[in-house]
Design a protein around this ligand. Structure first.
Ligand code: BES
Ligand code: MN
Ligand code: MN
Length: 467
């Protein structure tokens, strides 16, 4: 088959495309850590600059109460459809840094079993700088080869990893210029490099912090031990009582709104290739764990969870200190599935946690950021276009899957702009997102750049047919 202009241009520019991503990955844009404020602005500037170079108009660093959104657009014809591209330029903290084989902000290319062509190792390589940057390069290709078939608007935010607290207000304030037909996001995963897939839903999130307070000060655990409640003991017991012996969550009302799947839908889901032995081998665990009655894929895709993310209190220094601590703390998050609401679940958790506290302690419960679950399905023109595009570049029709992670802003796009998001991810779950040694396959990077223009092509064609 003859090569298209698009693949030709990609082949000729592969090295530069990679070097530009490497430059972006060198800036530690950690939104959670205020020490990196300047790096955040530097990254926004770099993204702005790259959008201008690629050919976007009206490119600006648009302020919010927090870190800015980089906006840019190319309107070729008002009668053509408009694709809104969303991505994020912020990354997770790199901690624990000592578990990285190479420094997190000094990108290097290494081969792995899963990525024999090489992968780029750096914080943010996959989540989301690598995946976000594919869109800027795909846009450059369409501009330079004169093949951009429709309008495009980019909004690249800097606060996704801290719950997008200021993006909602930004969307509302910018509604007029965000008019479009579909949201396109590459910030999720495919099943494997030879098994493309598209997420049809994402989980939501309720994130809580609890404090259990016992006596007014730390005590000698011999002098007082046995006669005064130890807040860490109590907290552990309270956390343990959030699950029953079947690993169901015990909070009253927790499952009330859960969208249960039909047997047919569950059979469909079970068709996606998943090897439990490989899953266990990868994580070096003897046995998987989870809610009784559900498969591993269902446990991460269509079932809600409750997990402790961190727990602290008492003495954790060197050696032993006999102390009965005055306070204990934990951060507890719940992943939610379609039809559950994060506000309601946070309230149910708070009520339950307060109700199970013994009179010997006081409990304080507070809610951090949350996010709503979403379901997008496979019926839309957007999904169909994404499916056709992947089918063309992977030679296989992508399977619909459910993503276990959360992108809270997707629900707001629907609510405020009335638009569905297409979760056009190209990473792998094993790429180490949020973990040490995060990486992104070169195969995945280039495959994404090659596939995105086809989404534009099919989306324009299918939208025009509909009208
Ligand atoms: N890109 C991820 C979400 C994701 C990853 C979805 C893989 C599906 C598959 C995103 O950057 C993320 O990490 N989101 C956070 C939510 C947030 C409120 C901090 C998450 O899921 O923990
Ligand atoms: Mn992300
Ligand atoms: Mn993330």
């Amino acid at each position: 088959m003859e090569k298209s202009n698009i693949t030709n241009y990609l082949d000729l520019n592969k090295e530069r495309f990679l070097n530009e991503l490497i430059d972006l990955l060198k800036i530690p844009s950690i939104s959670a850590d205020s020490k990196h404020k300047n790096d955040m602005i530097k990254t926004a500037e770099a993204v702005k600059h790259r959008l201008i170079e690629a050919g976007a108009d009206l490119v600006e660093i648009s302020p919010t109460t927090g870190y800015p959104v980089v906006y840019g657009e190319k309107i070729i014809d008002a009668s053509k459809p408009t694709i809104l591209v969303y991505g994020h330029y912020d990354v997770q903290p790199a901690d624990p840094i000592n578990l990285w084989d190479s420094p997190p902000f000094e990108p290097i290319i290494k081969k792995t079993d899963i990525h024999p062509e090489g992968a780029i190792f750096a914080r943010g390589a996959c989540d989301d700088k690598g995946q976000m940057y594919m869109h800027i390069k795909a846009f450059e290709i369409m501009m330079k080869t004169n093949t951009l078939p429709c309008n495009v608007k980019f909004m690249i935010e800097g606060e996704e990893e801290v719950g997008s607290p200021n993006l909602g207000p930004w969307i509302i304030a910018n509604k007029n210029r965000l008019i479009g037909d579909v949201i396109l996001i590459s910030d999720t995963s495919i099943i494997a490099n030879d098994t493309p897939s598209i997420d049809t839903g994402l989980r939501g999130l309720s994130y809580m912090e609890v404090e259990v307070v016992g006596p007014n000060r730390d005590l000698h655990s011999g002098v007082y031990g046995g006669a005064v409640a130890n807040p860490i003991n109590i907290l552990c017991k309270m956390i343990a009582s959030c699950h029953d012996e079947n690993n169901h969550i015990t909070i009253p009302g927790f499952y009330d709104d859960v969208n249960e799947l039909s047997d047919l839908e569950r059979d469909e889901m079970a068709k996606a290739p998943f090897n439990l032995e490989d899953f266990k081998k990868d994580l070096i665990i003897e046995k998987e764990h989870g809610e009784k009655g559900y498969s591993t894929i269902e446990r991460t895709g269509i079932r809600p969870t409750l997990d402790v993310n961190g727990i602290w209190g008492g003495y954790i220094g060197e050696g032993a200190k006999t102390v009965l601590p005055s306070k204990a703390f934990a951060k507890i998050s719940m992943r939610l599935v379609p039809n559950q609401g994060s506000q309601k679940i946070s309230e149910l958790f708070q009520k339950y946690f307060e109700s199970i506290a013994p009179a010997s302690v006081k409990v304080k419960v507070k809610a951090h950021h949350g996010g709503e679950p979403v379901f997008v399905g496979t019926e839309s023109i957007g999904y169909q276009s994404a499916s056709l595009a992947m089918q063309e570049t992977y030679g296989k029709k992508p399977l619909p899957t459910r993503g276990g992670g959360s992108i809270p802003i997707v629900a707001l796009f629907k609510k405020e702009l009335g638009l569905d998001s297409i979760l056009f991810g190209f990473g792998l779950d094993s790429d180490g997102l949020h973990s040490p040694n995060e990486h992104y396959g070169l195969f995945n990077y280039y495959k994404g750049i090659e596939t995105i223009p086809l989404f534009y092509k099919y989306f324009t064609a299918l939208s025009t047919k509909k009208n």
